[in-house]
Design a binder for this molecule. Sequence first.
Ligand code: RIB
Ligand code: CA
Length: 308
Amino acid sequence: MKWIIDTDPGIDDASAIITAVNSGALDILGITCVHGNVGLEYTTRNALKLIELMDVGIPVYGGASRPILQKPEHASYVHGTDGFGNTFLSEPNIKLEPIHAVDFIIEAAYADDKLGLLTLGPLTNVALAIAKDRSLEDRIDRIVMMAGTSRARGNTSPVAEFNVFADPEAAAVVFDTGIPITMVPWETCLDTLLGPDTIRELRKSLTPVGQAFSNAMEFTLKGIEASMGQEFLVLCDLIAACVAIDPSVVKEKASVTVRVETCGRYSRGLTVIDERNIEGAEPNVTLCLACDREQIAGMFLNAINHQN
Ligand code: RIB
Ligand code: CA
């Protein structure tokens, strides 16, 4: 199985990329960047900087700079203006690959019949690749994604999670393909918080990427402490990366069908979970309802302290 990580770094995306790369468990063909937490100019720059700090030589591609239909939606209030905790990392020396992320995804899907996608942002790149070449519906082996909600408990609208809310049309295309999807919803991320012990260890990290992440996470921690009175990290994308690396981190799951609401005035971006299969469609989504927090924290700390 070869993998592409599609991402909008993003602080939690960074934790996912560090763990996916340094775990050594995934054969990663490339990193494709997409608009999302911040604009594409920053998501690409952050991805390049992370790959440079880890000195791993994985190619990085620029992708879609806006959603398919609606205006761009960003989350700089969570990730900082630069998408990395307002640490404004220095300009990376390495450069983006010359082809577009969508074309890279298509090329990889033709080159390998066992292509996995780990998607950590809005699904615009993946949807555009499928729209450009529909055979990808049969060529992509599986998608592990952080996206959506399991109980309509939204983080960006009352019912919608950011990655789906930021491009509902793209999400609807991807969920409707029938490609096997393993979905980590927002509620599961809220149940898998990383607490003071992990934060303490992250602050002690001496690797270049560990120090960069530790500096960036302070921005998020300040916001969480101000509103919740204590420090913890909700690293959604890290959970999805760990699920791709080692599915044993999933402790409870359900086989469901998912549709994306694109028209509702109040429900646009809602992932409609048909758990009792009322529609009678063939379930194509494994919904991750609970994950092992300690196992995930350990995988991240091992990765962030990994020395090449
Ligand atoms: O809702 C959380 C998701 O939206 C995460 O992927 C985060 O990075 C943002 O992209
Ligand atoms: Ca993300």
